[in-house]
Design a binder for this molecule. Structure first.
Ligand code: FMN
Length: 442
C-alpha cells in the first residue's frame, strides 16, 4: 500500500505481479491504449508539443527538458535512433531497476511513443550487465509487444516501423554517460566522445539520436494520455511531475518512494524512509546519488526536494537518489570510498579525470592512515577544483564535487581522523549500500 505522502503514477499497481505481463498491463493500467491513439491519430509534432509543454525534465541526472531534446533532432529521411539509458550504475540509485522489473511494458510503450516524436525507426535499451533479471523481464515483455503488433513493421497497420533491442552492458559505470553508451552499443570500448556534436545531431552510427533515462521514458505514456496540464498539476513550476526517489543509507526503511517533486526533504527521509535508527541522528545526506555535493542536515532537510531547491543549495537532484549518513558515518572514509569508486570507473581517456581521481585516492588514503599534513587538505581541495569543468565528460566532476564538498564542510572531521587514524573501525563508519529488497514502503 502506498503511504499517504506518496503519489504513485509510475509505480501505480506496482505491487501486482500481473502488471509485468501484457494482459496485466492492459487490464490494470489501460496499457498500450495511448500508443494506439498516438500512432493512429497523432502527428509527430503533436506528440512533441505535448512532451515539451509538460516540462518533463530528464530523470537520468542532468534534468534537461525531454521535449526540447527530442525537438533538436533534425528532420529528414536519414535513419534516426532512440536509446533508453538503463545503465543505472551510480551508487545510491536503484529506481530504474524497480521500474523495469515491475512495469516493463510502461517503458516499452514510452519508448514507442517517444520514437514517434523523434521519428526514430530503431530503439535500444542499454541495460547494465548486472541487471540480469530485469533484462530477462524486458526481453519477455518486448517479445509480447512484438507479438501484439506494438513493435516491428507496420505497427497497428499505421505504416510505421520500430525495432527495439535490449542490449546488455558489461558492467562499466562510464557506459551510462550518453556518448560512451553509444560507443558501447556500436561494439567499441565504452569511452565518452567529444561534444559537440551532440547525440541529437550525430549519435548512434552517426545518425540523430535521442537518449533518455528509463524513468523519463516511463513518464511519456502518462503525459500523452492525460496531457501536459495534468502532468504540471504535480510538483513545482520548474520541476513538474512525480519522481521515484531511491532512499538508502542510514534510514530504517530504505527503498523507492514515488512522490511529487517539491515534497519537503524531511518528509521523504523521516516519514517515508523511517528516519535514522533509534538513538542516532542524521548528520548529512547526498540528495542526488554519490556524485552530488553533500548537504549537512541543517542545510538540506527543510528544503523542498526539487531540481531548483537542490541547485540553489549548491548541490543537485541528479537522478533522485538520497544517501543518508547518520552520526556514525565517517565522512573522511566515505570520501575515500567515493574517490576509489570513481577512480576505478574512470575510463582514463582524459588526463584530469585519470590522474585527478588517482591522486585524490592516494591523498585520502594518506589522510586516513595518519600520514598526511593539514596542508594536504588544501591540496586535495585544489585538485578537485582543477578537475571540475576540465574533463571530457562529467565522471571526473562526479568525484570532485562530492569529495570537494566533504572536505569543505567536514574539515574538522578530516583533521581529527588525520590525527587519530585508528578512530574509525565501526562497520557503520561508512554508509550502507543500496537495499536488496525493493519497495520497502509496500
Ligand atoms: C559517468 C556518467 C554516468 C551516467 N550514468 C547514467 C545512467 O546510468 N543512467 C542515466 O539515465 N543517465 C546516466 N548519465 C547521464 C547521461 O549521460 C544522460 O544525461 C542521460 O541518460 C540523459 O537522459 P535524461 O535526459 O532522460 O536524464 C550518466 C552520466 C555520466 C557522466
Amino acid at each position: 500500500m502506498a503511504h499517504r505522502l506518496e503519489k504513485r503514477v509510475l509505480l501505480e499497481h506496482a505491487e501486482d505481479p500481473d502488471l509485468r505481463t501484457l494482459d496485466g498491463y492492459r487490464r490494470l493500467a489501460g496499457g498500450y491504449e495511448t500508443l494506439e491513439r498516438a500512432y493512429k491519430e497523432m502527428e509527430q509534432d503533436e506528440v512533441l508539443q505535448e512532451l515539451e509543454d509538460s516540462g518533463l525534465r530528464g530523470r537520468g541526472g542532468a534534468g534537461f527538458s525531454m521535449g526540447k531534446k527530442a525537438s533538436f533532432l533534425p528532420r529528414g529521411d536519414m535513419a534516426k535512433y532512440l536509446c533508453c539509458n538503463a545503465d543505472e550504475s551510480e551508487p545510491g540509485a536503484f529506481k530504474d531497476r524497480e521500474l523495469m522489473q515491475r512495469n516493463p511494458h510502461q517503458l516499452i510503450e514510452g519508448i514507442a511513443i517517444a520514437a514517434l516524436a523523434a521519428d526514430a525507426g530503431h530503439a535500444f535499451i542499454f541495460i547494465r550487465g548486472e541487471y540480469d533479471e530485469q533484462a530477462d523481464i524486458l526481453d519477455a515483455a518486448v517479445a509480447e509487444a512484438y507479438e501484439a503488433g506494438y513493435l516491428g513493421t507496420n505497427i497497428l497497420g499505421c505504416h510505421r516501423d520500430l525495432e527495439l533491442v535490449v542490449h546488455r552492458g558489461a558492467g562499466a559505470y562510464i557506459c551510462g554517460e550518453e556518448t560512451a553508451l553509444l560507443d558501447a552499443l556500436e561494439g567499441k570500448r565504452g569511452n565518452p566522445r567529444l561534444k559537440p556534436p551532440f547525440p541529437a545531431v550525430q549519435g548512434l552510427y552517426g545518425g540523430p539520436t535521442l537518449i533518455n533515462n528509463v524513468e523519463t521514458l516511463s513518464n511519456v505514456p502518462h503525459i500523452v494520455r492525460r496531457g501536459a496540464e495534468w502532468f504540471k498539476g504535480f510538483g513545482t513550476e520548474q520541476s513538474p511531475g512525480t519522481k521515484v526517489v531511491s532512499v538508502s543509507g542510514g534510514v530504517r526503511k530504505p527503498g523507492n518512494y514515488e512522490v511529487e517533486l517539491g515534497i519537503p526533504t524531511r518528509e521523504l527521509i523521516y516519514d517515508l524512509a523511517g528516519g535514522p535508527e533509534e538513538g542516532h541522528e542524521i548528520k548529512a545526506f547526498f540528495p542526488g546519488g554519490s556524485s552530488s555535493p553533500v548537504l549537512k542536515a541543517e542545510e538540506g532537510l527543510d528544503l523542498p526536494y526539487s531540481f531548483e531547491a537542490m541547485a540553489e543549495a549548491g548541490s543537485m537532484l541528479g537522478s533522485g537518489s538520497i544517501i543518508v549518513c547518520d552520526d556514525r558515518v565517517s565522512i573522511p572514509h566515505l570520501a575515500l570510498r567515493t574517490a576509489r569508486f570513481y577512480h576505478h570507473e574512470s575510463c582514463g581517456k582524459c588526463v584530469p579525470c585519470r590522474e585527478g581521481t588517482n591522486w585524490t585516492v592516494k591523498m585520502l588514503e594518506r589522510m586516513v592512515r595518519g600520514e598526511a599534513t593539514p596542508m594536504d587538505l588544501d591540496i586535495v581541495s585544489s585538485v578537485q577544483q582543477n578537475i571540475i569543468g576540465h574533463c571530457l565528460c562529467v565522471l571526473g566532476d562526479s568525484m570532485a564535487m562530492p569529495v570537494g564538498a566533504m572536505v569543505r564542510k567536514f574539515r574538522e572531521e578530516f583533521e581529527e581522523v588525520m590525527a587519530n587514524p585508528d578512530l574509525v573501525l565501526d562497520p557503520h563508519a561508512v554508509v550502507q549500500g543500496a537495499p536488496e529488497t525493493l519497495g520497502a514502503s509496500t
